[in-house]
Design a protein around this ligand. Structure first.
Ligand SMILES: [Ca+2]
Ligand SMILES: [Ca+2]
Length: 143
């Protein structure tokens, strides 16, 4: 099974004026923030980076810049976001905004399945008026 590795998520523009309440799902299962937290607040410029991703340290240093950047390993309970197996049907990554009233909003979805992509991948997500950039790696796993 191929392996998906989360690298970073950056908020360019939140969907709500006062920021979003972000959580992330892999194939419908919540993987971020942790079991004890409903969401994590993101404003313009907020970034989380997996500094344990399989990238050259120089590339990671370049990513882990910015005043509002948090290393994933410092977020308690967020280990499940770091990596996941990619089933044959693909891995659906969904970035969500929690809302107190009404259904939560989808900030973006990404179906990861293409193993021909090598190196760091970057996608811009547009959902509910927000703009986020997600980056990740996909590598062939061992059977
Ligand atoms: Ca909302
Ligand atoms: Ca919200």
């Amino acid at each position: 099974m191929a392996v998906f590795e989360f690298v970073s998520l950056t908020c360019i523009k939140p969907s709500e004026l006062d920021g979003d309440e972000v959580y992330i799902e892999y194939n419908g299962v919540k993987v971020f923030p942790g079991p004890d937290q409903t969401f994590r607040s993101f404003r313009a410029g907020t970034k989380i980076v997996n500094t344990e991703a399989g990238l050259a340290s120089t590339a990671l240093h370049a990513l882990a810049t910015g005043a509002d950047t948090t290393e994933l390993k410092t977020i308690v309970g967020a280990d499940k976001l770091r990596r996941a197996g990619v089933p044959d049907t693909g891995l659906l990554v969904r970035v969500m905004d929690y809302d107190t009233f009404g259904p939560d909003d989808v900030l973006g979805t990404l179906l990861v399945s293409d193993l021909s992509e090598t190196g760091i991948q970057e996608r811009t997500l547009h959902g509910d008026g927000g703009e986020y950039v997600i980056s990740y790696l996909v590598s062939p796993g061992t059977e």
